[in-house]
Design a binder for this molecule. Structure first.
Ligand code: CU
Length: 151
């Protein structure tokens, strides 16, 4: 009788875990950028990406209706000079958390097609190597907030 209960317990755990992992995907949290001034052609977008799954994800490319070009950039500090380099493919390993933040790695939108107004939002599509797309909402914040984000 006791063994039977134990078996039932294992059975429950197995189904509980598999039901949860099946629904899991990459989670994009709190994407934002700052309002632009008239004529501004590029802006940086920040977001946190959580991979709570056992799988590895690869972001192949980005696109957005509001920009001619969207890229992932990493910030490189060499000989006291800060520069940006395009990341061709971003691999997010199992259980990895990635934080794009002001002063660090970011998403760069270039050839902006319109001014970004505080309180509005737009979308960026993250195209994955498995053919799927993650559509992420980006909030436009007041540029005065920027000062609070940088050291
Ligand atoms: Cu950049």
């Amino acid at each position: 009788m006791r063994n039977f209960k134990f078996f039932y317990f294992l059975f429950f755990i197995f189904f509980y875990c598999s039901a949860h992992s099946e629904n899991q995907n990459l989670v994009f949290h709190g994407a934002y950028t700052f309002e632009t001034y008239p004529g501004q052609k590029a802006c940086a977008v920040y977001v946190s990406i959580f991979n709570n799954t056992k799988k590895k994800f690869t972001i192949n490319s980005l696109e957005s209706d509001i920009a001619g070009k969207a890229e992932i950039h990493e910030v490189i500090l060499k000989d006291d000079i800060v520069s940006m380099k395009r990341v061709e493919k971003l691999i997010i390993s199992s259980k990895e958390q990635i934080y794009f933040q002001p002063g660090g790695n970011h998403i760069m939108l270039m050839n902006l097609k319109r001014e970004l107004v505080e309180g509005s939002y737009f979308f960026i599509n993250f195209k994955m190597d498995d053919g799927s797309t993650n559509k992420v909402k980006v909030m436009v914040l007041n540029k005065k907030l920027r000062e609070n984000f940088i050291e």
